[in-house]
Design a protein around this ligand. Sequence first.
Ligand SMILES: Nc1ncnc2c1ncn2[C@@H]1O[C@H](COP(=O)(O)OP(=O)(O)O)[C@@H](O)[C@H]1O
Ligand SMILES: Cc1ncsc1CCOP(=O)(O)O
Ligand SMILES: [Mg+2]
Length: 262
Amino acid sequence: MTSPSRSLEAMRAGAPLVQCITNYVAMNFAANVLLAAGAAPAMVHDAEESGEFAAVAGALTVNIGTLSPRWVAGMVEAIDGATGAGKPWVLDPVACFATGLRRETTTKLMQLRPTIVRGNASEILAIAGESSSGQGVDAGDSVQAAEAAARKVAQEAGSVVAVTGAVDFVTDGARGVWITGGSPMMPRVTATGCALTCLVGAYAAVVEDPLDATVGALAHFAAAGEMAGDGVSGPGSFSVAFLDALMAVGPESLGAARVRAA
Ligand SMILES: Nc1ncnc2c1ncn2[C@@H]1O[C@H](COP(=O)(O)OP(=O)(O)O)[C@@H](O)[C@H]1O
Ligand SMILES: Cc1ncsc1CCOP(=O)(O)O
Ligand SMILES: [Mg+2]
């Protein structure tokens, strides 16, 4: 196993280029998150160029937050490009239960076998075919309630699945890891989860085992969230402090204390 500390060092040393297909809400914040953490973002989503770009990026992330048929075409081209070039890709199924277009698109993208799926508990429950209480982009279920669903989706799709919330759970269907940390301010800042998905892509570009890569990215967020949450007065100042903390976090903050095998 590659420890989260080692993964952080590898991610910073490699400064991987990550192609992010993410939503209009998240684009700016996610790009800043990657730069602060030590990676290089590029928001490239149109079908005219997304496949070509995927072959040169270290990893691809695909987020359905502000979806349209034209975006879906760009996603499929990019996934073909990444898969053809042997690059990992990460799916963020934002509010995948909310509309027909989101349900159909998520089914289609899951059939293309994402290397990693990162969502909140309601999204992962919905992908597993179970009922969930999500409200739009926000979760209404606990991560613990989605543990079995995550294991099932991982086994069926052959993907690593990460469920995030007050605690995080990651599984490849056989192994399971819990990660603690973060701050209650994190769900009060929009696109925190979307930005995390992009960071998972950065780790996956340089860490061979997708489970280790995912744990590294989530531990990095957990440590930075904890650091930034200390003494801030609300979501606005948290958001600024969080970017600073993503850069300030070092390997010593990603120790065994916040990562536990299930
Ligand atoms: N109540 C909380 N306490 C600590 N960290 C949290 C909390 N809620 C979410 N997080 C963290 O915020 C990040 C985004 O997760 P989440 O809110 O589940 O995603 P999404 O925005 O897609 O719903 C993750 O790093 C997660 O651990
Ligand atoms: C508010 C909103 N609406 C469509 S996408 C989006 C951002 C969702 O971000 P996150 O999933 O990280 O909370
Ligand atoms: Mg989300």
